[in-house]
Design a protein around this ligand. Structure first.
Ligand code: GDP
Ligand code: MG
Length: 369
């Protein structure tokens, strides 16, 4: 909000900067042309000059707007995007690996599969994308943002261990976000597995199994033996069907960063999942405060591809800076436009930082009095 400067406001109103400064001065506000206007000042000024001002948060422009897609007559079915969550050691990584291994298509068999933070498999001719971000510190950050890109959460619970603190965290997150849940009862190959005990614990926390009259599917699986994987994938597709997930392949592309890094030789790279539109090599994009032209799209099999459809994932090269995970990437009509947006975001971020540091300085001072 407070990212408009006095001179920019003057330009927008087509008025001399001195007029703006004078009005502010008369109201007891000493501002120079480079100062940022707060919401209050903007309100006062728009009344004074009799103009209507809509305050646009540059970050809002980049948030995922599902309603837009739902109302788009050109939107067609898209694949579901899944996040697997659960307590440490309950088998998230093993399950993601087991699914990937079970579903590598013939053309890709033998090819080196690279870890890129997300992957897409096919089940009965239908695509499913899994977010595969390891459980390090960055993940909890991603988890919070992750719900924005996640259509279905698979909660993994080890059948021999039951509900644990992180299981409860995930349940809470799922409830808050309203994202549908499927429970994978993992480690069913173990003799010590007690699926009914786990169902009871989950039911106590509002996760009522379908076979107990509730609405949550519990799928017994073993990441070790591969048992139940097909069943889990079938259930994901059924749940996705109900959700009627859609995207418009012809819209300007919008994608989310799930992982990013600076790579030798390739520069800044980001693994993205497309939410809407089609991302193409040669597209001008903005991604947070970074921008660029897409030089290459590389999928999880290390293959260069020309374009990326909704719900699909690839590594993007061509940005000028490493974007943060969770950041939105958008196609722009020109290099100029991409650069402008990126600069706005830079300014916005810097201003945020500045106002934070000013605030803390003031707080430090008052605490010293
Ligand atoms: P994460 O922390 O949730 O990612 O869990 P991991 O996938 O790293 O698994 C933790 C441990 O459980 C590892 O030693 C796995 O080999 C083991 N494990 C995972 N899934 C199964 C399973 O289905 N059966 C058995 N017996 N062990 C499993
Ligand atoms: Mg893991």
């Amino acid at each position: 909000p407070e990212d408009i400067r006095v001179y920019e406001f003057a330009e927008a109103l087509n008025r001399p900067i001195s007029d703006i400064i004078k009005v502010l001065f008369d109201l007891g506000m000493m501002m120079t042309k480079n100062d940022f206007l707060g919401n209050d000042e903007i309100e006062i000024l728009s009344e004074e000059f009799d103009v209507e001002v809509t305050i646009i948060d540059p970050k809002d422009e980049f948030t995922h707007n599902e309603e837009d897609i739902e109302e788009d007559p050109d939107a067609t079915e898209r694949a579901p995007v899944i996040t697997i969550m659960g307590h440490v050691d309950h088998g998230k990584t093993s399950l993601l690996d087991a699914i990937r291994e079970a579903k590598v298509t013939d053309g890709e068999a033998g090819g080196i599969t690279q870890h890129i933070g997300a992957y897409t498999i096919e089940q009965n001719g239908k695509a499913i994308t899994f977010i595969d971000t390891p459980g390090h510190a960055a993940f909890s950050h991603m988890r919070q943002r992750g719900t924005a890109i996640t259509d279905i959460i698979v909660i993994v619970v080890a059948a021999d261990d039951g509900v644990k603190p992180q299981t409860l965290e995930v349940i809470k997150l799922a409830k808050e976000s309203g994202v549908p849940v499927i429970v994978a009862l993992n480690k069913m190959d173990k003799e010590t597995a007690q699926p009914d005990m786990v169902k009871g614990q989950m039911a106590e926390h509002g996760m009522n199994p379908v076979d107990w009259g509730g609405d949550i599917e519990f799928i017994p699986v073993s990441a070790k033996s591969g048992m139940g994987i097909d069943d889990l994938l079938e259930n994901i597709l059924i749940t996705a069907d109900v959700l009627e997930l859609k995207a418009n392949e012809n819209a300007l592309a919008k994608a989310v960063v799930v992982e990013s890094s600076l790579e030798k030789g390739r520069g800044p790279v980001a693994t993205v999942i497309v939410q809407n539109g089609t991302l193409k090599v040669g597209d001008y994009v903005v991604c947070g405060a970074s921008y660029g032209r897409i030089k290459a799209l590389v999928n999880e099999h290390g293959k260069q591809i020309k374009f990326l459809l909704p719900s699909h994932t690839a590594v993007v090269a061509g940005l000028n800076e490493v974007p943060a995970s969770g950041e939105i990437m958008m196609t722009m009509s020109s290099d100029k436009e991409a650069k402008e947006y990126a600069l706005k975001r830079h300014e916005y971020d810097r201003h945020k930082e500045l106002s934070h540091s000013t605030k803390s300085t003031l707080e430090d001072m008052t605490s010293m009095i």
